[in-house]
Design a protein around this ligand. Structure first.
Ligand SMILES: C[S@@+](CC[C@H](N)C(=O)[O-])C[C@H]1O[C@@H](n2cnc3c(N)ncnc32)[C@H](O)[C@@H]1O
Length: 239
């Protein structure tokens, strides 16, 4: 990743909230300074509050949570929500988060799902461990940006199933207009060099939105190109 989203203002990290060591921070080179890591989590928690209804009574599913950047942001911004549930497939990151950030409102679950980039030996699955209609706010930052169409459709259906009737999903993805439906590591895209499995998966906007629609999700909001490395942001709801 080379272009991190801009962080408004400086944040002083609360020393009582543990922060993951640098090597466990996804997008680590943007986050050499603790303040930058915390600011990125707080920024997203604020956006979730403004656009996806995040609040202290809400049930949050942080899908692809890494070492808990959003959990750190929520702890700094509002203390806690009713239930924060972080899910990831990388044991080292997830276990750090579980050991250091868990509390009565904050939990983490490791799943062994296959992803060619992050867990190549995992089992093919579209599992997100949550009951039907049990999630008020689903956050997936830079997760579909490392997934091909099969996973987009399969996990899209899972998200539609676990969202509460008035819940929202806030996701990011690489999206452009009038490009091939799905390309892994598009050459010269965004002036960055993409290499290795699923480093950058770019979607055609119409294709991505149609696939999510088929999966049971409608687009509430789309903001082009302002997230990490030029990803776009979607707010989705059950259709
Ligand atoms: C680029 S990182 C983003 C981490 C975090 N969302 C953040 O913004 O700091 C993508 C994350 O998605 C996780 N991931 C990929 N496939 C997954 C899956 N099928 N289920 C859960 N997590 C997954 C990876 O392990 C990785 O931690």
């Amino acid at each position: 990743m080379s272009n991190a989203p801009q962080q408004p203002g400086q944040i002083t990290p609360d020393p009582s909230i543990p922060l993951p060591p640098l090597h466990l921070r996804m997008g680590g080179r943007h986050f050499k300074q603790d303040a930058d890591f915390v600011a990125a989590g707080v920024r997203d928690a604020k956006l979730l509050r403004q656009r996806a209804g995040l609040g202290r009574r809400k049930r949050v599913l942080d899908w692809g949570c890494g070492a808990g950047r959003l959990a750190v942001g929520i702890k700094h911004l509002i203390g806690n929500v009713a239930d924060y549930h972080g899910v990831d497939i990388q044991p080292e990151l997830l276990n750090w988060a579980k050991d250091h950030l868990s509390d009565e409102h904050t939990r983490f679950t490791l799943v062994d799902a296959h992803n060619a980039r992050y867990n190549p030996d995992g089992t093919p699955s579209f599992e997100i461990p949550a009951d039907d209609a049990s999630v008020d706010v689903l956050y997936a930052y830079s997760v579909f940006s490392h997934m091909l169409t099969h996973d987009l459709a399969g996990y899209g259906a899972t998200i539609a199933r676990i969202l509460a009737p008035d819940g929202h999903a806030w996701i990011t993805a690489f999206v452009e207009e009038d490009v091939p439906d799905c390309v892994e590591n598009p050459p010269d895209y965004l002036k960055l060099e993409w290499s290795g499995a699923l480093h950058c998966v770019r979607y055609d906007r119409r294709f991505l939105e149609a696939t999510l629609w088929e999966a049971g999700l409608a687009v509430d909001e789309f903001v082009y190109g302002k997230e990490t490395d030029g990803q776009s942001m979607y707010v989705l709801r059950k259709r």
